[in-house]
Design a protein around this ligand. Sequence first.
Ligand SMILES: NC(=O)C1=CN([C@@H]2O[C@H](COP(=O)(O)OP(=O)(O)OC[C@H]3O[C@@H](n4cnc5c(N)ncnc54)[C@H](OP(=O)(O)O)[C@@H]3O)[C@@H](O)[C@H]2O)C=CC1
Ligand SMILES: O=C(O)[C@@H]1CCC=N1
Length: 263
Amino acid sequence: MHKIGFLGCGNMARAIIGGILAKGIVAPGEIIASARTQATIDAAHERFGIDVTLDNAEACKASVVFLAVKPQMYESVIAEAAPHFSSETVLVSIAPGKTLAWLSDASGLAKVVRLMPNTPAAVGEGMTSVVIGKGCSAEDADLVLEIVDSFGKSERIPEHLMDAASAAAGCSPAYVYMMIEAMADAAVLEGMPRAQAYRFAAQAVVGAGKMVLESGQHPGALKDAVCSPGGTTIEGVRTLEACGFRSSVTEALIATVDKARSL
Ligand SMILES: NC(=O)C1=CN([C@@H]2O[C@H](COP(=O)(O)OP(=O)(O)OC[C@H]3O[C@@H](n4cnc5c(N)ncnc54)[C@H](OP(=O)(O)O)[C@@H]3O)[C@@H](O)[C@H]2O)C=CC1
Ligand SMILES: O=C(O)[C@@H]1CCC=N1
């Protein structure tokens, strides 16, 4: 029997599978993924060496089953899958908006888990929020956490914070990529080759993130330390404030929360 199944094998499932296999906590043959199209499952088999199928029922036989389809598909995919689960199946949702109570009702399963991962899981740098349902045993929880921790960091949070966690870590990589793109555009405008500009911008983001995590300093203090008096950086800070940079970021994240609550 497969240890981990994926219903859906798109961007997020592939990021998780890549992270899990890189850490080697399970062998490729212990993972099975289903999708809608032959092209997707062929590509996943070729890239990861995992078992693949167009039949969701096959992936439902795994011990831990990730629901990796869009939230709008959850209802129909769960209805199709439910007869093929066993009472011991641990069902893992990675979608915004779908509560543990909803998942349990829809699937008929007691063992349900909510995760909100992000695509940096693909390089082992994921940040995943975890809510373990009450029907899960300590062993179920350990197994899910072992899987999750193989592709990055994780924190267990109360369920009411899932939308906040989704905004801060699930969606936010998209906005960071946009910022990296914009930073690189400026460097290109000034004559730097494009590939080099991405390296500079991306490493600056990696370094700044690590400073927040490891220095123990407030982000505002770290910002102040970059701004030499009368220097160049403070001119950029002034410009960003005039453009509503911080408010734009906050509003964008709140928009994701509103959307999650509508799903
Ligand atoms: N992308 C991200 O950064 C994150 C995504 N998520 C969550 O992950 C989930 C998937 O999102 P994402 O990977 O981005 O979406 P994608 O569109 O990339 O992937 C969706 C996958 O679902 C498959 N699929 C569609 N219909 C069915 C079906 N009836 N049965 C089985 N598989 C089906 C598709 O198959 P095919 O390829 O053949 O069409 C595709 O492989 C969502 O719930 C999303 O909220 C969570 C955190 C971050
Ligand atoms: O866009 C989405 O809905 C998913 C959830 C978090 C990131 N991507």
